[in-house]
Design a protein around this ligand. Structure first.
Ligand code: ACO
Length: 324
């Protein structure tokens, strides 16, 4: 049996924030943001649109497409770094919201690759018992953790959620495998403090607030190299050539990272799914939102080889290969 994606869904907040809107609150402009990041607009959650609510709406769409009832789910895994509470998890709130009474539920903090890590967790559970039905979600309200006075970061991020229902399917279809990596030594290049933390053993004595803090240039360099290496390791291990890939969905961080990665691995641009211009960087939600758009837009046909990859704070990164 294979571990297949039975349905996908996504949910974006309604409020669209343009680069011109941002130019009203920090010293920036549309041209700078577009040329440096490729981002034109992003969605920002309104009051009452917590991470779990976006996640639950994405989940309901994925369940409907899969033809799976929420009550039949065995597990809910949510990749997020922007839960509205530290406890309970966003996954428990999703469980309550959709009525998945049988499922156990937990969050997974792997920053931007949270959905990728979640898919791998689901793959292991389905391999152990192909009758299991698992909901994997990537959901964020990064706007709640953005420093709106820091033009270096506030132009990059957006809110949203994407979901996939995963279960057993025919042999030869579904998850082929993943390469997942982390390097905690590089934590300080991209991080966000907890609301209260004892920093006695860290290098930053002053608590800078619960905001995303980033060394943009360093992150850029590591992101491209790390994603490139994980893709080549994965394809080499699975004996698949790049020519065989039908669709590549990279983490939608920014267009320059994407272009550099695409150039380094040498995949034709028409095989790359890009929507960063609409939503900005939605961290763990970026891949499942793109996956849902690709799926609903008819970009994925049965038998297609789909490659996904991501990189984020930790550092964490990886790539997965799926026979659609
Ligand atoms: N508007 C106008 N000017 C700006 C802005 C802004 N929003 N932000 C920075 N600048 C200025 C800087 O102050 C600097 O001015 P100076 O030369 O007078 O000092 C100048 O623009 C250049 O700044 P750099 O930081 O060197 O700009 P760079 O070309 O590196 O682009 C960026 C910055 C877009 C953040 C880039 O480093 C990048 O893409 N990094 C990757 C980071 C990323 O995507 N992180 C997301 C999280 S990780 C992930 O998801 C992979």
């Amino acid at each position: 049996m294979g571990t297949v994606i039975l349905g996908t869904g996504s949910c974006l907040p309604e409020r669209v924030v343009t680069n011109h809107d941002l130019a009203e609150i920090v010293e920036t402009n549309d041209e700078w943001i577009r040329t440096r990041t490729g981002i034109k607009t992003r969605r920002i959650a309104a009051a009452g649109e917590e991470t779990y609510r976006l996640a639950a709406r994405a989940a309901e769409q994925a369940l409907a497409m899969a033809g799976v009832a929420a009550a039949d789910l065995d597990l809910i895994v949510v990749g997020t770094i922007t839960s509205h509470m530290l406890m309970p998890s966003t996954a428990c709130f999703v469980q309550k919201e959709i009525g998945a009474t049988k499922a156990f539920a937990f969050d997974l903090n792997a920053a931007c690759p949270g959905f990728l890590y979640g898919l791998d967790v689901a793959d292991q559970y389905v391999r152990a018992d192909p009758s299991r039905k698992i909901l994997v979600i990537g959901a964020e309200t990064l706007s709640t953790r953005t420093n709106w006075e820091d033009r270096n970061t506030c132009v990059l991020f957006g809110d949203g959620a994407g979901a996939a229902v995963v279960g057993g399917g025919p042999q030869g279809r579904g998850m082929v495998g993943s390469v997942l990596c982390s390097d905690g030594r590089l934590w300080s290049l991209l991080h966000m403090h907890a609301p209260v933390s004892n920093n006695a053993d860290l290098e930053e004595p002053d608590h800078p607030g619960v905001h995303i803090i980033m060394e943009g240039r360093e992150v850029f360099k590591y992101a491209v190299k790390a994603m490139e290496t994980s893709i080549s390791d994965l394809l080499h291990r699975e004996g698949v050539s790049l020519d065989e890939i039908d669709l590549f969905i990279p983490h939608q961080a920014n267009i320059r990272i994407l272009n550099k990665l695409v150039e380094r691995i040498g995949i034709p641009l028409e095989k790359v799914f890009i929507n960063v211009e609409k939503y900005g960087n939605t961290s763990a939600a970026s891949i499942p939102i793109a996956l849902d758009e690709a799926n609903r837009g008819g970009r994925l046909k049965p038998g297609n080889k789909l490659l996904i990859c991501s990189f984020g704070g930790g550092f964490t990164w990886g790539a997965s290969l799926i026979n659609w």
